[in-house]
Design a protein around this ligand. Structure first.
Ligand code: ZN
Length: 62
């Protein structure tokens, strides 16, 4: 009679998502230049998709 092992298998815990270091919502605001000959930075910002997390808001896991 084989001894019965009493190892309890833990349920696989999903790793906590790591927030993206470059954004918080998956989007970043960046400045853009306006003007023809004399470039200047516009005061407005445009929303752009975060290229680090591709809009998910979480750091990519590899
Ligand atoms: Zn991001």
């Amino acid at each position: 009679m084989a001894t019965k092992r009493t190892t309890t298998r833990r349920p696989a815990k999903a790793p906590a998502p790591v927030p993206c270091p470059d954004c918080t919502t998956g989007q970043v605001s960046e400045t853009f230049q306006v003007g023809g000959r004399k470039k200047r930075i516009a005061t407005d910002h445009q929303e752009a998709l975060c290229l680090t997390c591709f809009g998910t808001g979480h750091a990519p896991t590899s």
